[in-house]
Design a protein around this ligand. Structure first.
Ligand SMILES: Cc1cc2nc3c(=O)[nH]c(=O)nc-3n(C[C@H](O)[C@H](O)[C@H](O)COP(=O)(O)OP(=O)(O)OC[C@H]3O[C@@H](n4cnc5c(N)ncnc54)[C@H](O)[C@@H]3O)c2cc1C
Length: 390
């Protein structure tokens, strides 16, 4: 005998940033919402984002800071639920912006879910999903039915935290297209040889401009044991494809040629590595001097050698072999194709009752709060739409 399924209006699959926002929004508008996750707690990625430079939104959020097959797709959602809306919610909960904020953000979202009567269940692995007169889900913990199903299981980054391609599989089953998922905001691999340097410089970091595919970012870069990381590299990694060159301006604050020619006059007896250390970290200055300039006093180095080295310093070309992949990628580029979704409601165009939100969708933000804001905005839009259209 088939077990009777527990009935809801909406099932949200994935209790991350987007799923929580969608569930609380639909719940507070009177829908009976079930929020399911296979992990044993909600919002795990919100919690781990605490390390380093986490931002739960960005004050300068704008559509041009997102990558997508359709760069205009995110425009409507970002406009309808803005960074100011999320900040107002945080302030309503009297959360101070300090290091423990993220734990408080998850608690806030859960409190809002409770207020909306959302049924939150964790530790549920989906074993069967069918669609006929709505959706029916069987999980390791029960059987559920609803008129609407929201795919909010995120992307493929950090598989050890439970990331799966489940939303993609379900979307494909219902005929939606998938833009190839690729690791993004990810460190890149390059040996010292490929970096054009004689030694490993792991741990050295400096202000630089990283450029690739017509895009540039000025922030720190970090040499690692395997290649390059740091904010400027993570940012440019979203635009880089295997085989591409990345150009680095290693002295963005300086006219390097003028600087070197000046020091030839003012410090004629100094070695190049000592002069370079005025504008670069010491270990990098030494490695560059060894690789590119003669072991001689500045006075004895021809001007043309200094100016051609300066040009290289401003346009240091690196061809990384590959990225560090899913285990190190902060987000996923690509995902459920926006051509098959409504930009206003996140509903699938041709599958009544099916929605997709958050990182599962082919919308990827820059580093620094944009990805969470996309999760909040897309989650809110779907939740809002669900309150009027089951
Ligand atoms: C280390 C790190 C730091 C980051 N820092 C920032 C930052 O500072 N600012 C920023 O904006 N973004 C940051 N991000 C990105 C941000 O965390 C994500 O973009 C955001 O969490 C996406 O929200 P989501 O709800 O779409 O997906 P997720 O938050 O990934 O949530 C998906 C949920 O679905 C669940 N799930 C997955 N598969 C299944 C399944 N088969 N069945 C049931 N449940 C499933 C998961 O357990 C998870 O709870 C960071 C990411 C990482 C990895």
């Amino acid at each position: 005998m088939t077990k009777v399924a527990e009935a809801f209006d909406v099932i949200v699959l994935g209790a991350g940033a987007a799923g929580l926002m969608c569930a609380l929004t639909a719940g507070q508008r009177g829908r009976r919402v079930l929020l399911l996750d296979h992990a044993d707690r909600v919002g795990a990625k919100i919690l781990i984002s605490g390390g380093g430079r986490c931002n739960f939104t960005n004050l300068h959020c704008a559509p041009d800071r997102f990558l997508s097959g359709n760069p205009d797709f995110c425009r409507s959602a970002l406009h309808r639920y803005t960074q100011d809306d999320f900040i107002a919610l945080v302030e309503r909960h009297r959360i101070a912006y300090h290091e423990k904020t993220l734990r408080a953000i998850v608690a806030m979202l859960l409190a809002e879910c409770t207020q909306g009567g959302v049924d939150v269940r964790v530790g549920h692995t989906v074993t069967d999903l069918s669609a006929a007169d709505g959706f029916r889900l069987t999980t390791s913990g029960g059987s559920f039915s609803a008129a609407s199903l929201v795919l909010a299981t995120g992307g493929l980054s950090i598989p050890k935290m439970g990331a799966t391609g489940f939303s993609y599989e379900v979307a494909q089953r219902f005929g939606l297209r998938i833009a190839e998922p690729l690791p993004a905001l990810v460190p890149l691999k390059a040996t010292p040889d490929m970096l054009g340097l004689p030694a490993l410089l792991a741990g050295v970091s400096l202000d630089a401009i990283a450029s690739c595919a017509g895009q540039s970012f000025r922030e720190n870069i970090l040499f690692t044991h395997r290649g390059l990381s740091g904010p400027a590299i993570l940012q440019i990694s979203s635009y880089w494809r295997p085989g591409d060159l990345i150009a680095l301006d290693l002295a963005p604050a300086h006219d390097a040629a003028a600087f070197l020619l000046d020091r030839k006059q003012s410090r004629p007896r100094a070695e190049p590595k000592t002069v370079l250390a005025e504008i670069l970290p010491g270990r990098l200055a030494q490695a560059l001097a060894e690789a590119c300039l003669p072991l001689a006093a500045m006075a004895n180095i021809p001007d043309r050698m200094l100016t051609s080295f300066a040009a290289r310093l401003k346009h240091w070309e690196v061809r990384p072999t590959e990225s560090e992949g899913w285990p190190k990628a902060e987000v996923t580029l690509g995902g459920i194709d926006t051509r098959d979704l409504s930009s206003k409601t996140m509903a699938a165009r041709n599958v009544p009752g099916l929605y997709a939100i958050g990182e599962a969708v082919d919308v990827t933000g820059w580093l620094g709060g944009y990805n969470f804001q996309w999760a909040w905005s897309s989650g809110w839009c779907a939740g809002e739409a669900l309150s009027s259209h089951p």
